[in-house]
Design a protein around this ligand. Structure first.
Ligand SMILES: Nc1ncnc2c1ncn2[C@@H]1O[C@H](COP(=O)(O)OP(=O)(O)OP(=O)(O)O)[C@@H](O)[C@H]1O
Ligand SMILES: [Mg+2]
Length: 513
């Protein structure tokens, strides 16, 4: 049911209820009036009959009384009439032809009574103050019925006309309310279907509906402007996305090209690395062969120079002895250098095999002290060790441990002019930690990272003062890494250094070369 039909229905229901109420009231009222009217007419008739019957009663002439009563035949509704004398006895009677005889006792008082389908009216007949008789008239309800019927017809017609008028009026009036509202609904439907926010509704109807239309138009106007700015924004966004996508695609292409170039460079690098590895291998091989070839003649030089120096091949003068001594020392230095090189190339070529067996670490320290003490003492440098009193049993390559320790202590003695060199040994869990501390020249902080590179000696002046090739620490690190060890240094420039290394107490042959 749409708004229009609903409004009409509400108005019709209201009007109908009021009309039915009014009409019902009218009907009841009219019937009551009709009854009252009939009653009063009957009383007038009874009064007239009474007045005309006075002389009949005075002269006790029932025949003339009956004649008077017969005048009632002019009243179509009167069915019976009875005249009583002053004692209440029936004096004369009238019965309309076609109706049955009827008699009743004399009524005790004047009254108009409705008894089902009849109306009875009784009235006293008086002469002055004296009551000389009573007249009783009985009438049918035909007139009343006709009046009631007519009344009903009029009332129902009034109701019908009233309802028709109410319908026409409400149909006309609802147009002013539902018309604009329905147009508003139509507008929303059209906007929803077409998405066209330029549509506006005509302002009309009562003040509230007019305001509603105005507000609706304003709201749609705002939506329209927002919609258009949203569309603009969307268009801009699309353009921006297109530009960004293009940029991204070109960046992607560049990236792909770079990735390809990088791949090619990587391939070149891998090839170069392969070449370098091969060169490195050849270098190590060459060094190993050459060192071996150099050692043989060098050993015979050392041997024979020794024989000559000791005068075993004949007497030599002091100058010759001094010069032979220099040759002997130089040859020994050269041999140690070649030995180091040979070692290094063997390690780098992966040709070193560790000799793993049980030993006591204190023995290694004892041997190193024995060999190096003659170097320290002439310089006035004290050399000592701090070790646990109980033996430290180890499983590993004792010769390589000795080599590392010898290198570190040798350095400490070399770079210390006064003070002391201390070898400190501690066991930490399943590892051994050895520290070689000196009171020597120390190392600058920025140079600490360079120490373990091959052929690295810290500064030019030092190289001139202290002999060596810069291989010792590099070799130490290589050997320790073979034995799952670590090496490091802490130092204060001008005050001294502490080189340390750690080793597992037990090396299992499976985990090393
Ligand atoms: N205890 C130390 N105190 C101060 N400087 C040191 C100490 N130990 C090493 N260095 C510095 O580290 C450099 C490298 O030492 P490394 O043992 O590798 O070579 P080297 O002793 O000069 O020569 P090589 O050991 O081959 O005979 C040394 O030249 C020195 O400058
Ligand atoms: Mg050294």
């Amino acid at each position: 049911m749409n708004l229009r039909a609903k409004l009409i229905a509400i108005q019709m229901a209201t009007a109908g209820l009021i009309l039915v109420g009014c009409v019902a009231f009218m009907l009841v009222n009219n019937l009551w009036l009709a009854k009252d009217y009939i009653g009063s007419q009957m009383r007038s008739t009874a009064k007239l009959i009474g007045e005309n019957s006075v002389s009949s009663l005075d002269f006790m002439d029932p025949a003339s009384a009956e004649k008077v009563l017969e005048s009632l035949s002019a009243e179509p509704d009167v069915v019976n009439a009875v005249l009583y004398d002053s004692r209440g006895n029936i004096f004369a009677k009238y019965t309309r032809p076609g109706f049955g005889e009827w008699s009743s006792l004399c009524p005790e008082a004047e009254a108009t009574v409705y008894t089902g389908s009849f109306i009875q009216t009784s009235m006293r007949i008086k002469r002055g103050p004296e009551t000389i008789g009573t007249v009783l008239i009985r009438s049918g309800m035909e007139r009343y019925r006709k009046a009631a019927y007519l009344n009903l017809v009029i009332v129902l017609s009034t109701l019908g006309i009233g309802l028709l008028l109410a319908f026409l009026l409400s149909a006309f009036m609802q147009k002013t309310i539902s018309g604009p509202v329905l147009k508003l609904v139509e507008a929303t439907e059209q906007i929803t279907q077409t998405g066209d926010y330029s549509y506006r509704v005509e302002r009309q109807g009562p003040a509230e509906i007019d305001l509603l239309c105005g507000n609706f138009n304003e709201m749609i106007g705002r939506i329209e402007s927002r919609d258009s700015s949203l569309r603009d924004y969307q268009n801009n966004l699309e353009k921006k996305v297109q530009v960004a996508t293009r940029d991204l695609a070109s960046a992607n292409r560049e990236l792909e090209e770079k990735a390809e170039a990088l791949e090619a460079a990587n391939r070149d690098l891998a090839d170069a690395l392969e070449g370098l590895k091969e060169i490195d291998r050849l270098k190590s091989e060459f060094l190993a062969t050459m060192s071996h070839e150099l050692r043989t003649p060098l050993n015979s030089i050392i041997g024979f120079t020794g024989i000559l120096h000791q005068g075993m091949a004949g007497p030599i003068n002091p100058v010759q002895a001094k010069q032979l001594g220099i040759v002997y020392q130089s040859a020994k230095h050269l041999l140690s250098l070649i030995n180091d090189l040979l070692d290094l190339s063997r390690i780098e070529a992966g040709r070193v095999v560790l000799d793993i067996r049980p030993f006591v670490f204190q023995t290694v320290v004892g041997e190193a002290l024995e060999v190096l003490r003659p170097l320290a003492e002439p310089k006035g440098v004290q050399i000592r060790s701090e070790m646990p009193s109980s033996p430290i049993p180890m499983v590993g390559d004792s010769k390589r441990c000795y080599q590392v320790l010898l290198n570190l202590v040798n350095n400490s003695i070399k770079f210390t002019d006064k003070g002391e060199v201390v070898i400190r040994v501690v066991v930490q869990g399943d590892r051994l930690r050895v520290e070689v501390r000196d009171t020597g020249i120390g190392i600058k902080k920025e140079q600490l990272g360079l120490l373990f590179e091959a052929f690295r000696q810290l500064d030019g002046s030092a190289r001139r003062v202290y002999e060596g090739t810069g291989l010792g620490l590099h070799l130490c690190r290589k050997i320790l890494s073979l034995m799952r060890g670590e090496i490091g240094v802490e130092s204060q420039y001008g005050k001294g250094s502490c080189f340390w290394f750690t080793l597992p107490l037990e090396l299992t042959p499976g985990e090393v070369p």
